[in-house]
Design a protein around this ligand. Structure first.
Ligand code: DSN
Length: 483
């Protein structure tokens, strides 16, 4: 038996036994867990922010580390008995620093939103507290009086933030109203060029000069192109702003050295945030990387804006980051980008329209208005055919953020399964077939609907059968048998 086969067999027995234990208490949860694997195995997962973590990462999350409280930082906890959590958190941070070449790493954020909250807090505190401490003659924040804090509170709020607009691919946490960042900051946005869909750095510079933000945010969740972070830093420096980069989506491409030099945010930004579960292929969670002088404020993330650290997830982050430091991860990351090109070319050669005309990262943004559909209709029809995607706005979207005109696609998950050029071309072919055979539906009273749709007879079955051929060739968690 090879090591891989031995590990698969061990994984299989570990999960069979775990599900038996779970079923002894709540069989419906055991069954839903088993069914989730069946569903993920049997569909084309093209959600750009999802992936498949390794069994080692998944198994690391299911332990008694979940039972431990550990507020504070490594070696400085508010609870006794944290020596093993210290080992775990220190290792996660060390792997993150080594992997990304970052001076400082903080592994506690529970999610991307949390990582961004820690980053915003640390930037505001760094920008406001340091001069205030000097002014008030205090050495550190613990020396400030309640009256000092009263005056500081006014300075901590109502700051200016410049980020990418949502319909150009920015994220809710970059100063938009449904997120606390939209309340903490006065926000203005930079978009993309209306003709090309590309970021125009001259426009970003002009906006920055006019608005004079305290924080310039770069990064995206639906922009299918690379960003020059050296230029973004120049712009930030010209207006005295702090550059924060949210690399949640493309952290795997940074880790895998697909994005280097000006495209690597880590040497250019003051603070970088990410999630660990997207292209980075780790457990669901967040991470903050920072220049050394931001470390004291970032370290106060818990309990300032975070609850108790999830030690079991930090352990899994350490395992995933160790995986990402292996040479195979670079091959994987390059394949993610190559596959995105294959997928984009597959659409373009069949006459579909893509925002920006293509991709050079892991995202393809398909404009489905050419098929006469909204994003919502396209998403539902594709799901019926076993293709899992999510609808997304396109720039200046006439259908707004709920119905949308786009479908966002990403290659990280199917690349993990082993899909290559030919399979991604076939995926584009199958998707175009679905969209060409979908008609907009009507509401119950016969009016045009932006949500309902009619999929042609037999289309879903045909596409599911064609997908199954590819999926069977690239099994998810091979050897893992839960039958
Ligand atoms: N939900 C993530 C995504 O899909 O991009 C970002 O928050």
């Amino acid at each position: 038996m090879t090591t891989d086969a031995r590990l698969s067999s061990l994984t299989s027995s570990a999960y069979q036994q775990a599900l038996e234990v779970i079923a002894s208490v709540e069989p419906r949860i055991a069954e839903a867990t088993r069914q989730e694997l069946v569903d993920q195995r049997g569909s084309l997962k093209l959600i750009a922010s999802e992936n498949y973590a390794s069994p080692a990462v998944l198994l690391t999350m299911g332990t008694w580390f979940s039972d431990k409280y550990a507020e504070g930082t490594v070696g400085h906890r508010f609870y006794a008995g944290c020596q093993n959590v210290d080992t775990v958190e220190a290792l996660a941070a060390e792997h993150a620093r080594e992997l990304f070449g970052a001076p400082y790493a903080y592994a506690q954020p529970h999610s991307g939103i949390d990582a961004n909250l820690v980053a915003y807090w640390s930037i505001l505190a760094h920008r406001v507290e340091s001069p205030a401490l000097q002014r008030l003659g205090a050495k550190n924040v613990n020396e400030l009086t309640e009256a000092d804090w009263e005056s500081l509170r006014g300075e901590l709020g109502n700051q200016r933030l410049l980020g990418m607009s949502l319909d150009a691919g920015g994220h809710l946490t970059h100063g938009f109203r449904p997120n606390i960042s939209g309340k903490m900051f006065h926000q203005q946005q930079y978009g993309t060029d209306p003709e090309t869909g590309l970021l125009d750095y001259d426009v970003v510079r002009a906006k920055a000069k006019e608005f004079k933000p305290l924080v310039l945010v770069a990064g995206y969740s639906a922009y299918p192109r690379r960003v020059n972070f050296a230029t973004m830093r120049e712009i930030a420096d010209e207006v005295g702003a702090t550059l924060m980069v949210d690399m949640a989506h493309f952290a795997g491409l940074v880790a895998g050295k697909v994005f280097t030099g000006d495209e690597d945010p880590v040497p250019h930004a003051h603070v970088v945030t990410t999630t660990t579960h997207k292209s980075l292929r780790g457990p669901r969670g967040g991470l903050v990387l920072a220049q050394e002088d931001y470390a004291p404020e970032v370290d106060r993330g818990c309990p300032m804006v975070l609850g108790g650290p999830l030690s079991h997830v930090m352990a899994a982050k350490a395992v995933a980051l160790a995986e990402a430091r292996q040479p195979e991860f670079r091959t994987y990351a390059q394949q993610v980008a190559d596959n995105a090109k294959s997928l984009a070319d597959g659409f373009l050669s069949r006459g579909a329209r893509l925002v920006t005309g293509g991709t050079d990262n892991h995202i393809v943004l398909l404009d489905v208005s050419g098929f006469g559909l909204t994003g919502r209709q396209a998403e539902s029809a594709l799901l019926e055919a076993g293709v899992v995607t999510n609808r997304n706005s396109v720039p200046q979207d006439p259908n707004g953020a709920w119905y949308t005109s786009g479908i966002r696609l990403g290659t990280p998950a199917l690349t993990t399964r082993g899909f290559g050029h030919d399979e991604f071309d076939r995926v584009a072919e199958l998707m175009v077939h679905v969209l060409q055979n979908t008609q907009p539906g009507t509401t119950k009273d016969g009016k045009a609907s932006k949500a309902s749709y009619v999929l042609g007879d037999g289309v879903a079955d045909k596409v599911r059968a064609a997908s199954a051929e590819m999926l069977d060739k690239h099994p998810l968690y091979p050897g893992l048998d839960l039958a």
